[in-house]
Design a protein around this ligand. Sequence first.
Ligand code: ADP
Ligand code: ZN
Length: 753
Amino acid sequence: MSPEADIIREPFVEVAIPVPLRRLFTYRVPEGLELRVGDRVAVPFHRRKVAGFVIGGRAEPPEGVTRIMKVAGMLERDPVFPEELLTFLERAATYYMAPLGEVLRAAAPAMPKGAMKRLREGGFLAEGEDLAGKSVGRRVELFATRTETEPEKRLGERQQRVLDGLDGETPLTKLRAIEPSARSVLKSLAKRGLVTLEEREIEDELFAEPVERDSAPTPTPAQGLAMEQLTGALEGGGAFLLHGVTGSGKTEVYLRLIDEARAMGKGALVLVPEIALTPQLVSRFRARFGDDLAVLHSALKDRERDIAWRRLRRGEVSLAVGARSALFAPVPNLGVVIVDEEHDGSFKQEDGFRYHARDMALLRAHRAGAVCVLGSATPSLESFENARRGRLTLLTLPERATKRQLPPVEIVDLRRQPRSPSGESLLSGTLHRAIERCVDAGDQAILFLNRRGFAPSVRCTACGKQVECPACSVALTEHRRTRRLRCHYCDFQRAVPTRCDTCEAPALEPMGLGTEQLEDKLAEVFAPARVARLDRDVASGRTVEAILDRLRRREVDILVGTQMVTKGHDLPGVTLVGVILADHSLAFPDFRAAERTFQLLAQVAGRAGRGDREGKVFFQTFNPDAVSIQAAAKHDYEAFFRAESAARREHLYPPHGHLIAIRVDDPNEERARDSIGKLASVARRYTADRVELLGPSPAPIGKLRTRYRFRFMLRSDDRPALRKVGAAVAHAIDEGVANPSRASVDVDPVSML
Ligand code: ADP
Ligand code: ZN
């Protein structure tokens, strides 16, 4: 459907409203209002007005309903969703047993400026008025120019910095990079007559820095074979799994495929994990295709996302690159959908509309007749099994594109280590000496530890209690740089106490090792080597690149980091990668713990030796025999797949069985327990032979953000039978057996916490 979609002729419309109920609501079309499917409208709902989406026309009101209210007005001139996207979202809502109104709200761009006010007041759009079209792509910028006046008094440090940053007429955005409070500083400078200020509306620039265009290198034979199959499917569509080790040239394959699709006038959608959406990756797309590219991620402001969305919707841009929610981008004439690092857990949305962007990418591409490519060095068990069953065509890139071998990995058994030279038990003699050699040779090392902060917990040595978050049933992490204890789940913070909360003994001690502490330790032990840290505490968005740039410029010898260091970065000077504790993720109460461990280790190992010099990797572990660790050390995906797949088959875990999780989160513990019990009884009534009910029980994290969490799991290898039980529970929730805003249905759950 184009914006010229058909006007609904029926007297009633069905509207999807963002409330946690799995149903639509019927409204009367007022005289003179022309509505189309996909329109965003204001409708009265429980004495309020809410924004909803028109789903279709209806000749008669629903049976038994006598009083039907009128649509209050239109909020946007053109239908927000094109037909391809709307019908896809309806299917997705059905699959996930999610309320369509909530699905559409999650997928739609923010409401245009002025529409909220309009919503409160009701009313129609005036002839020719378009709230959405207004000022999209333009914004007001403040420009500052230095006057000839010389300062009489000495300037403050920030004032001087901003003044020095002025270069002719300078936009505020540029000065903010020098001084975050530039706006107020400029105001004070203007008062003293040192600068003149002017506000002007300007065209939004898509990207700050220009990127030099490149062209595609000659494909390797393996890339050539993959390309042949992929381009062959551009006419009729197809689903593929591109399995290639890190650095095997998968991204290059995506770029070529998109190029072919564009030549045919087709649009493309690329999904990457949030963490991989670095300027470096975006630059590669811009270098190949120019700046007609919509980048979508969660750090965007509503306005920026809005601009990107509407550019796509109007067909001005046909390529979108983004994280999970970019799945809903209105890419015109969709021809290619790519999910890079398809195994990544961040593709699963864990609240509100719970969906898996990888699975839905396959659905969307299938419905649009597009080519879908799932790419990974360590495919999820689900995807690899789908390839084995022929549902995905397997394409393999077995070698690094640059002919560099994957680095050898040595497993260090932490149970049998003599006292380590540094005194830190998690820094074995073997790894210690390897770091020494690496630094002495002028090479760089990455040490991976998946725990940020100074110490993961603080314990009282008198009574044994650890300091917990008041809102969650988890230990607080000590952050010594900021002298705070912090909850990594809800961001609660408090000063580090001097006495135990429980027994008041002044006996609190940090327990365990975090990245902050490791950074200090390494700086001390390997001085004068330069140590830097990369984790969420030091790095957000732009600073990640800044730290990696320092590494590339050889201003850093040793980088300590969490998962952030494992993704996609090409760092040619790194010859040593050390995993401080490979077992971390193994201990999780989750059937995917081994898979995550394998993926993480394989990815980390791929970071070493990407340049001219050979790399070496160490995995330190207390479980040297774990299959995930052994297989990752040999870079042997298939060995891991065979072992893990067999283990899952035994318990009917995915990919051999299917799961639906039912959860209740409630601030009242008794009510939560009661609700989950009632829902479990409903499930039991419908549970057939082939469907198992596991639980109900408290979740492993029993309390999160002041809510008590209970759940049960439905498991079966018979998907229709399983869905029947899930639907019965969903129906019970809609009927009020449990509070619909506290109970949730999670189809194909990922998080077990
Ligand atoms: P992956 O996405 O699998 O990690 P990339 O596409 O990033 O792999 O490729 C890894 C490196 O190899 C990049 O620097 C890329 O530019 C280079 N590369 C990829 N394909 C080729 C090719 N056909 N010829 C030369 N270099 C290539
Ligand atoms: Zn908390």
